[in-house]
Design a protein around this ligand. Structure first.
Ligand SMILES: [Ca+2]
Ligand SMILES: [Ca+2]
Length: 305
């Protein structure tokens, strides 16, 4: 069993706020049909990326700017800093070290990012009511091969709870070891990316009986489960791996609710009988086998009140 405390947990009241637009200073041109446009930072996929288009340098001063339809109190953001297409690509391309955020009132805050292939939650020094956030590259961690700086994905949070119960810690029956594509830790279940996954790592079996447990750190009332099953990058990837078809949800009072799960990469909402609990243990009781990989994966899990 592995257990993970969330050092980078979101503030409890944080809710996801979706920008209505994005622009950048410049973008590496498409090549071999692959786009490096800034819209790739808002597509809920960690493996699609924005690359700055600075041909003679590392993109210092280049920027991506996000806009909101209405004034939004931004409290924090989660950044996939670098190229999350694969572990190899992440190493070979530049990552941002210092990023300067400019808001619509002209105020600025600068943050030093960590140089780890883990989507990082950055909490603003003070929340800012703004209609835009411009993120400018101030300094970089140099990649081993390419002098191009990359952002793979961005999620912004405001100060309004969006109904998702914040998770304090995860544990799991097993975790698939990190490989060339990245890691499969349970924290990937809450990051908003449909191609960042928790995968069980039991070498035997198809995932039946494997479980992940979400600990809210306090008693919360829950009445539905929002789930993205399998690897939801696209339908082809979804079909390659195992997905759940049924689960037992066990709560801190010992009670259990059995739910049926659609074998689909689309987000699904599963109603529950309202229950108060500090934890939910999700145990796979039905699995649909993939064509290529025999490990059960989930992309996103959120319990709502
Ligand atoms: Ca992306
Ligand atoms: Ca995810």
């Amino acid at each position: 069993m592995t257990s993970l405390l969330l050092a980078l947990a979101l503030p409890a009241e944080a809710g996801v706020v979706t920008p209505s637009g994005v622009m950048s200073s410049r973008t590496l041109p498409d090549s071999d049909g692959v786009s490096y446009a800034e819209t790739n930072t808002l597509d809920h996929k960690q493996s699609t990326v924005w690359v700055e288009g600075d041909e003679s340098g590392s993109g210092l001063g280049d920027w991506v700017e996000y806009s909101f339809d209405a004034e939004t109190t931004v409290t924090s953001f989660r950044i996939w800093n670098g190229n999350y297409y694969s572990y190899d690509f992440w190493n070979r391309h530049n990552r941002i070290k210092e990023v300067e955020a400019t808001f619509s009132d002209g105020s600025k805050q600068t943050f030093t990012l960590t140089d780890e292939m883990k989507a990082e939650v950055v909490t603003l020094d003070t929340p800012v009511a703004t209609t835009s956030v411009k993120l400018k590259i101030k300094s970089i961690y140099r990649g081993t091969t390419f002098n191009d700086t990359v952002i793979s994905e961005l999620v912004f949070y405001d100060d309004q709870e969006d109904g998702r119960i914040p998770v304090k810690a995860y544990s799991a029956s097993s975790v698939y070891p990190a490989d060339a594509d990245g890691n499969y830790e349970p924290i990937n279940l809450e990051d908003g990316a449909v191609d960042s996954l928790w995968c069980e790592g039991n070498e035997e079996g198809d995932g039946m009986g494997e479980w992940v447990e979400l600990d809210f750190g306090q008693t919360r009332s829950i009445s539905s489960l929002e789930l993205v099953n399998g690897n939801a990058y696209d339908f082809m990837f979804f079909m390659k791996g195992n997905s759940a078809t049924a689960m037992d949800l066990t709560f801190s009072d010992g009670s259990t609710q059995s739910v049926t799960v659609k074998s689909s990469p689309m987000k699904q909402t599963i109603p529950l009988s309202t229950v108060s609990t500090t934890k939910v243990k999700m145990t796979a009781t039905g699995v649909k086998k993939g064509k290529e990989f025999n490990d059960l994966c989930l992309a996103e899990v959120a319990f709502k009140n």
